[in-house]
Design a protein around this ligand. Structure first.
Ligand code: UT7
Length: 330
């Protein structure tokens, strides 16, 4: 059987309206604008309201992606939502999105790979489309990180924001599309970034809440070292597999966690920051949403054009990482 080429045929993103600046954070924890800017590059972030859950953000991004792909919700065969902040443990956020979109012919499931989740999602969609099993797949990266932050912990609460990005993956011209994807994991590093309570290991009890175990915990410097190393290594790996030189890449869309991580990776890769699309100053780290939101923004700003060669690269809790080499198809 001849495999088809799978690629992005539509893209959209959605960000909650409410903006929280570094100055606003100074009122909440012992921090300051200067520290946050110089140590992370972040200036502001979007915050979902108490009424907005991850599925609401996903839905808005998905509607835009469908419109951009020029297909109807009924045309979807599968809905994948990559998130670590689902509306609830179950049913999946993907099922809520499937229902609200009216994607009545689609299967739906959530995927947990933290900040690498969107890359994991497109790798699954690529296999289904290339094998001819499904035609149109919606892949969403969406988070309401601010709902799992400990607003008493200045080490973490200044770093994250909320948002959603979505793509429709379908068949494209043979020389375009998602050409290569690499995925990796190292579960031995799970404790450096986690949310301990709320699962079967540590259900939410009064004790867990008193110990603030229902919030995101992170060993920032360990994640930092891993991130710089992996972003560069994984970009090299995916390009090696694709047999493409880094000089031929038009744009790299890195996970948006910290400007110093991106600078470190760029230095190792010997590429200028002008080759990296960066928006973490505006939105902070949106975990699984960071890459698709940045990709949508770069596309809408005209920084990515049809047939451009691009790399997506990310890392996150798990630990997980991944990269994708794409020949842009819209
Ligand atoms: O998507 C993946 C998830 N996460 C990441 O990618 C995060 C990776 N890590 C990082 O981005 C950085 O490690 C951080 C931004 C988290 C921290 O930056 P750092 O340069 O590694 O700072 P540090 O943790 O070594 O802390 C330096 C100092 C500490 O004070 P002392 O102990 O030296 O007196 C912190 O208590 O900065 C202090 N600090 C703060 N000060 C003001 C930590 N957070 C803050 C804050 N405001 N918000």
């Amino acid at each position: 059987m001849k495999l088809k080429s799978a690629g992005i045929i539509g893209i959209g993103s959605y960000l909650p309206e409410k903006i929280m600046t570094n100055k606003d954070l100074e009122q909440i924890v012992d921090t300051n604008d200067e520290w946050i800017r110089t140590r992370t590059g972040i200036e502001k972030r979007r915050i979902a309201t108490t009424q907005e859950a991850t599925s609401d953000l996903s839905l808005e991004a998905s509607k835009k992606a469908l419109e951009s792909a020029n297909i109807q919700a009924e045309d979807l065969d599968l809905v994948i939502v990559a998130t670590i902040t689902p509306d609830m443990s179950f049913p999946s956020t993907a099922c809520i999105v499937q229902d609200k979109l009216g994607a009545k012919n689609a299967g739906a499931f959530d995927l947990t790979a933290a900040c690498s989740g969107f890359i994991y999602g497109i790798s699954i969609a690529k296999q289904f489309v290339e094998a001819g099993v499904y035609k149109n797949i919606l892949v969403v990266g969406a988070e309401t990180m601010t709902k799992i932050l400990d607003w008493k912990d200045r080490n973490t609460c200044v770093l994250f924001g909320d948002g959603a990005g979505a793509v429709v993956i379908s068949t494209v011209e043979e020389d375009e599309g998602i050409k290569n994807v690499t995925l990796g994991s190292d579960g031995s590093g799970g404790s450096v970034l986690n949310k301990p309570a709320g699962g079967s290991r540590m259900p939410v009890t009064h004790e867990a809440l008193e110990n603030r175990m229902n919030y995101l915990k992170m060993d920032g410097s360990e994640v930092f070292k891993f991130a710089v190393r992996k972003m560069a290594a994984e970009t090299k790996k995916v390009l090696e597999e694709a047999n493409v030189d880094i000089e031929d890449i038009d744009m790299i869309i890195p996970h948006q966690a910290n400007i110093r991580i991106i600078e470190g990776a760029a230095k190792r890769l010997k590429v200028g920051l002008d080759k990296m699309h960066i928006n973490l100053n505006e939105y902070g780290n949106m975990s699984a949403a960071s890459i698709p939101v940045a990709l949508d923004e770069a596309y809408r700003k005209g920084k990515i054009k049809k047939k451009d060669k691009i790399v997506l690269v990310g890392f996150g809790a798990g630990l997980t990482w991944g990269a994708s080499y794409i020949k842009w198809s819209i």
